[in-house]
Design a protein. Structure first.
Length: 278
């Protein structure tokens, strides 16, 4: 009884911090905060990894999916007679609240051009979302929980993973240290490879198609940028070749995981059935 009452308080806090997060982001863009839009700040700190503006529409998907999570944890999408799962709320609420707070602080720091602070905040977002994500692997127990809880955090974590690396390059370019003697192209190539490997790990370890599709959206956006960039042919060739390889490998991995999800359970069930008959 106490655990359910405690979960109720956490659900209320999750709802409040979600509303605050979305409201601050809308207000920051609508005013705009510090008389500059989020996109204009991004243009001022352009990197070789920054995707074109249309890719940032993913934030609509992220906030909508998080809205579904908030509604689900409040019982909106529960089936008749289906009990709530307070363990999920207990498992991730602290991380969700911290990541939402960091999100709010990040958008304010970004508009006021505190780039180093932005990286610290987005790293905090990434870390807390990663903790929430790993804890969900143990708590999610059915398809509805996977759709309304797991998928929103998968999309959010995937995009923040990309955004954090872009923030890292922007911070290094903005700082007195510069790029530490490494060219921006080499930084970009190394980071794209690391992101691709991280995506492959998540995809095969957790069969997380939502995470992989979000990463593919980011890679595709960067590819589109260089497909149109005819002013720097050598850079264009290097980046398009790298991104083509990354996206082809990721596409093949998605097909393999989709096959595993579709056929492996059936094969396992068939094997069990044969063993039972014997």
């Amino acid at each position: 009884m106490f655990r359910k009452r405690e979960a109720l308080g956490l659900r209320i806090l999750n709802t409040i911090f979600f509303v605050l997060m979305v409201a601050v982001n809308i207000i920051a863009e609508w005013l705009p905060l510090n008389n500059i839009t989020t996109a204009q700040v991004s243009a001022n700190h352009d990197t070789l990894m920054t995707p074109p503006g249309f890719t940032f529409i993913i934030w609509i998907v992220i906030y909508f999916s998080l809205l579904l999570f908030v509604l689900y944890q409040n019982g909106v999408f529960l089936k008749k007679g289906e009990g709530e799962n307070p363990d999920i709320v207990h498992a991730i609420s602290a991380f969700f609240i911290i990541s939402s707070t960091a999100n709010i602080a990040w958008i304010i720091a970004w508009h006021y051009d505190y780039i180093a602070l932005c990286f610290i905040l987005i790293f905090a977002m990434w870390g807390t979302l990663l903790f929430a994500y790993t804890r969900l692997q143990r708590e999610v127990s059915n398809k509805r929980e996977r759709f309304f809880v797991q998928v929103p955090f998968s999309i959010y974590l995937a995009w923040i993973s990309v955004a954090m690396t872009i923030n890292l390059i922007a911070m290094l370019k903005h700082s007195s240290m510069g790029l530490l003697g490494i060219t921006e192209l080499n930084w970009t190539i190394s980071i794209i490879i690391c992101l691709a490997l991280f995506t492959e790990y998540i995809l095969f370890s957790f069969r997380d198609i939502a995470f992989a599709l979000t990463a593919a959206w980011a890679f595709g956006g960067i590819f589109y940028r260089y497909a149109l960039d005819i002013g720097t042919p050598n850079l264009q060739t290097d980046m398009m070749l790298l991104l083509s390889i990354v996206m082809c490998v990721l596409f093949m991995s998605l097909l393999i995981v989709a096959w595993m999800q579709h056929y492996k359970p059936k094969m396992t069930q068939g094997s069990r059935h044969r063993n039972f008959n014997h």
